[in-house]
Design a protein around this ligand. Structure first.
Ligand code: AMP
Length: 172
């Protein structure tokens, strides 16, 4: 497998001082690294009978949509406030830097639908835990979440116990 870690760029002090931002645009621009990332996440997801991939705006769309396409299943956008046009369910939560709100269409999920969440990066796990809550509130069954990058030193898995958490590149 390609060394994906080598394709990720570190930007110190972005968007605020003290944050080491993992920039995946350098990985996305590399056709082999991009394809390998999508294929590996798809391979992992194909172990389950998943009904939908839920992608988190914005980088989760770039990763989640091609995974859903390859699996031949639907894609659910989890979006920032006031972007979705129909009735929404929303959740607010703490980020590594600041606070955030995410929304999903109320009619996006039927009771019992099996869902895998996809995003580019797992940091504290706060975003993913919030999206799990949102999905469960609508009656969905969360299988787990898949990422390109995991900041393992922040111990995100502690917030996500009982779910299948998968990542391609870890920083310890
Ligand atoms: P968290 O809720 O702490 O797991 O944060 C995850 C979300 O914030 C993801 O959508 C990431 O894209 C973004 N994020 C958090 N920390 C970083 C980081 N150090 N580098 C790049 N993106 C980050």
């Amino acid at each position: 497998m390609i060394d994906l870690k080598e394709k990720i760029r570190n930007i110190p002090d972005f968007p605020v001082k003290g944050i080491q931002f993992k920039d995946i645009t350098t990985l996305l621009k590399d056709r082999e690294a991009f394809k390998c990332s999508i294929d590996e996440i798809t391979r992992h997801c194909s172990k389950y009978q998943i009904d939908y991939i839920a992608g988190i705006e914005a980088r989760g769309f770039i990763i989640g949509a091609p995974v859903a396409y390859q699996l031949g299943i639907g894609f659910l956008p989890v979006r920032k406030p006031e972007k979705l046009p129909s009735e929404v369910e929303k959740i607010s939560y703490e980020l590594e830097y600041g606070e955030n709100i995410l929304e999903i269409h109320k009619d996006a999920i039927d009771s019992g639908d099996k869902i895998m969440v996809v995003d580019d990066l797992l940091a504290t796990g706060g975003t993913t835990a919030a999206v799990f809550k949102l999905i469960k509130k609508l009656g969905g069954k969360v299988i787990g979440a898949s990422f390109i990058v995991e900041l393992a030193f922040l111990n995100p898995r502690e917030k996500l116990e009982g779910y299948d958490i998968f990542s391609l590149v870890q920083y310890d």
